[in-house]
Ligand binder design. Structure first.
Ligand SMILES: [Zn+2]
Length: 89
């Protein structure tokens, strides 16, 4: 199986590498970074038994980060199945 840094949740925050930079950045570091340069972050995060794709982008009205979470079953970068095999549907 292909190793993929984006769905390898060995980061202390249980997140994969940030998708645009390919680097491990902590969530605190991302939220603390300078948003005025138009940065955008995206990373996969493990939340108990499910996985989400988190996208952080600037909120122009509130001048802060706005985070969207999308439930995913497969890694969007390598296609690896993330959820457990024994789902109940
Ligand atoms: Zn992957």
């Amino acid at each position: 199986m292909t190793k993929c840094i984006y769905c390898d949740f060995n980061h202390p925050d249980h997140i994969g590498a940030e998708i645009y930079s390919g680097e491990y950045i902590s969530e605190t570091e991302m939220y603390d970074s300078e948003w005025s340069d138009g940065f955008e972050y995206a990373y996969l995060k493990q939340k108990n038994d499910y996985f989400v794709l988190v996208t952080l982008h600037t909120d122009n009205e509130f001048y802060s980060w706005d985070g969207d979470e999308t439930d995913i079953k497969f890694c969007p970068m390598c296609g690896r199945r993330l959820e457990s095999e024994d789902d109940d549907d």
